[in-house]
Design a protein around this ligand. Structure first.
Ligand code: NAD
Length: 268
């Protein structure tokens, strides 16, 4: 293991660490939250295992890491695959210090249109894969009395945008998984936290909403702009690091002030 920095000598696994969608102007590699998180953890010295359903996207992330890493193919909708990916990471590096559950798909169906297959697939990818991954990593972490989980959540898990029932419900459930791990294992050296992201200019959002919707997305943010995947990654790196040694069970909201605001009619 190589590298200096806050996470030097640590091994991290990022589930959903590729990036799927169009690049930002002038960018070669499309930047999503998972990819930015992997790059940031490596830049801080961690050895990073990148899991993705698309091995090419995972490898593209690994190729950009500041430290040597490993790309692993994993289908988050498949329970055995989730467990096997963690086993591969443990086999390769002997331990995991940090696990980032980033993978997530955004549904499109409000309650009247919500279909059972879409609900079940969202649940499998957005929640089930996260607890299975955490469960598989937990044993070896407990043996060492050390481990940090970071879940990549959404303001949709706290507040409704009226868009997708399955997304809102699974993102809320994901935070419950995080809190369960945090409380259950707080006394045994394990921490679990979440970043709760608002409007981030990620490859996912550009793919889902189109680049032309960017001004409308920025307009709902008190800061007047979308966040960047790199800003999400900075929050994840903090929670993963010993700088957050006394922080567990928390949802760190990274939304430019959206959830702090109230749409009060303004005078004049
Ligand atoms: N961008 C935003 O504005 C925003 C806001 C709130 C929350 N989030 C959260 O951010 C996370 C994802 O962000 P991203 O930018 O990395 O997204 P992304 O769409 O780029 O996905 C990352 C990777 O996940 C992979 N993936 C998709 N389905 C998979 C599966 N079944 N198994 C394994 N890998 C799979 C994709 O191949 C992709 O490379 C989600 O948890 C999402 O809820 C994003």
């Amino acid at each position: 293991m190589t590298g200096d920095g806050r996470l030097a000598g640590q091994v991290a696994y990022v589930l959903g660490g590729g990036s799927h969608g169009p690049a930002r102007p002038g960018e070669d590699l499309p930047m999503g939250n998972g990819r930015a998180i992997a790059l940031r953890l490596a830049a801080e010295g961690a050895t990073v295992v990148v899991g993705d359903i698309d091995l090419g996207r995972a490898q593209a992330t690994v190729d950009g890491l500041a430290t040597p890493g490993l790309a692993v193919e994993v289908d988050a909708s498949d329970a055995v695959s989730c467990q096997a990916a963690v086993a591969t990471a443990l086999e390769a590096y002997g331990r995991l210090d940090i696990v980032v559950c980033n993978v997530g798909i955004s549904g499109r169906e409000p309650i009247k249109a919500q279909s059972l297959p879409e609900w079940e697939y969202s649940e499998a990818v957005n929640v089930r894969s996260h607890w299975l991954t955490a469960q598989a990593a937990l044993g070896p972490m407990l043996d060492r009395s050390r481990g940090a989980f970071v879940f990549v959540g959404s303001t949709a898990g706290l507040l409704s945008s009226r868009r997708s029932l399955s997304y809102e419900a699974t993102k809320a459930a994901q935070l419950a998984v995080m809190r369960h791990i945090a409380v259950r294992y707080a006394a045994r050296g394990i921490r679990a936290n979440a970043v709760v992201l608002g409007v981030i200019d990620s490859a996912l959002v550009r793919r889902e909403f189109g680049t032309e919707a960017a001004p409308a997305r920025a307009a709902v943010v008190p800061m007047g702009r979308e966040g960047r995947p790199e800003e999400a990654a900075a929050a994840v790196a903090f929670l993963a690091s010993d700088d957050a040694a006394y922080v567990t069970g928390q949802s760190l909201i990274v939304d430019g002030g959206v959830s702090a605001s109230w749409p009060s009619p303004q005078k004049g």
